[in-house]
Design a protein around this ligand. Structure first.
Ligand code: AMP
Ligand code: MG
Length: 407
């Protein structure tokens, strides 16, 4: 049995960032940029109107007011999408819609609400004095050409997608998403939707794994329940090792009579880096490699599997995808925490802000079979081994569940 710290170092030593590929923008959500993204042109690209209104020369509107309108000759109109070749002389105005290029010669826009008479199509009364630049979005006032908009290693979310599209990027260079094989082992496992016979249970781990893997940005290429049967395991795992970057199994890796997973990994040439980590839950964690493939054998108890994925597999996927690996943050315990004497202890829990402190409390359900302990959780709380439980007021480490927020 090795310490969590040692085990983490071993995993880190065996990890490589994957190569990159060009993909279509619309397929890039969740992936990680493998290049800095510069602004290909200034934003806005041309001076344009921020309002529906009239382009004017500000000087022509001097002293205009509610009771003192200025009359200007209307020479036409520009809408968003027009090329913007209209030219305005003194004493003239042009209808100008939001996003339309500002006519040459004009230097301000007066809102429709501050005008009248434009229905005639000939003259417009202006009721407000404008100043140069009013309601004009200037070329480059948001972003200069060549500025780095998004840094390499940023994960693509709605903000990045929108920004990339704004600058016309239709393809982006991203790190390859790790190909994942997920397998739940166990003779007792049944798919939800089928009736349970005595002794059987529904497989929940694959559902947890597959959503976690997708959230991490990985690509699931194999996903199956496999019985505790050496042949079936051999068949699935040999294909998984041939086709995938990462294999994650649940169950069959402890000391049970039908725990064949580790044996099959070895048969398939996997180099074992460790098996059994000083942690609770999830002590019989297996980690091995073959070529550049990573193999995580998580024990099958649902909490061991879920927490094991978050603590071991998730950070590895992040690193392989080139993204900054998410870590833990210290938080003050609002309640005692059942620290272990020789093992790192993980429990689902809640974290919240109290004034400027982060406070946390573990779930009262502490069994590794109690998946319902994850329901109200927004984090995993961890403590290093030590003597006796941690008291309220002491610090523990919190790993936020990235899809939950801190109240
Ligand atoms: P194992 O690690 O195979 O000894 O399994 C430990 C416990 O977790 C047993 O009670 C299993 O029935 C349960 N278990 C194993 N795999 C799953 C799964 N995919 N979904 C839910 N429970 C499981
Ligand atoms: Mg089993």
């Amino acid at each position: 049995m090795i310490t969590v710290e040692k085990a983490r170092n071993i995993v880190a030593e065996n990890l490589k960032v994957l190569d990159f590929q060009q993909i279509k923008l619309q397929e890039s959500a969740g992936r990680v940029l493998a290049e800095d993204i510069p602004a290909l042109f200034p934003m806005p690209r041309f001076d344009n109107s921020a309002m529906d209104g009239f382009a004017v020369r500000a000087a022509d509107t001097a002293d205009a007011g509610k009771n003192n309108p200025v009359m200007l000759k209307m020479i036409g109109g520009v809408s968003a999408g027009d090329p913007g070749d209209l030219v305005l002389e003194s004493g003239e105005c042009a209808q100008c819609m939001t996003g339309a290029p500002i006519p040459q010669g004009s230097d301000a826009v007066v809102m429709v609400e501050d005008t009248s008479g434009y229905d005639s199509g000939e003259t417009v009364e202006i009721y407000l004095e404008a100043y140069p630049g009013k309601h004009i979005r200037r070329r480059g006032d948001e972003i200069a050409q060549g500025d780095v908009l998004i840094q390499k290693k940023t994960r693509i979310t709605p903000a990045e997608l929108g920004t990339l599209a704004t600058f016309g990027y239709s393809r982006v260079r991203v790190y390859r998403a790790p190909k994942l094989a997920l397998v739940a082992t166990g003779d007792e496992l049944i798919k939800p939707g089928q009736p349970l016979k005595p002794g059987q249970i529904y497989n929940s781990n694959l559902f947890v794994f597959s959503d976690l893997a997708k959230r991490a940005g990985a690509e699931i290429t194999m996903e199956e329940i496999v019985a505790d049967d050496t042949q079936a395991l051999h068949a699935f795992l040999s294909q998984a090792l041939a086709e995938c970057d990462v294999v994650v199994s649940s169950g069959g890796v402890s000391m049970g009579r039908h725990d064949y997973v580790r044996e099959i990994y070895m048969e398939l040439g996997v180099q074992e880096h460790f098996w059994k980590v000083a942690q609770k839950p999830g002590k019989p964690l297996f980690f091995g490699t073959v070529a550049d493939r990573l193999i995580f054998g998580l024990p099958g108890n649902p909490v061991s599997s879920f927490i094991g994925f978050m603590e071991w597999v998730w950070p590895a996927l992040e690193k392989m995808m080139g993204v900054t690996v998410s870590g833990t943050i210290p938080a003050v315990l609002a309640e005692p925490f059942p620290r272990e004497s020789v093992k790192t202890r993980f429990l689902f829990g809640r974290a919240w802000r109290e004034e400027d402190r982060l406070v946390c409390a573990p779930s009262s359900k502490v069994g590794s079979h109690m998946l319902s302990s994850s329901l109200d959780a927004n984090c995993i709380i961890g403590s290093e081994p030590g003597d006796g439980p941690l008291a309220a007021g002491e610090h523990a480490q919190v790993r936020m569940l990235p899809w939950k927020s801190i109240p």
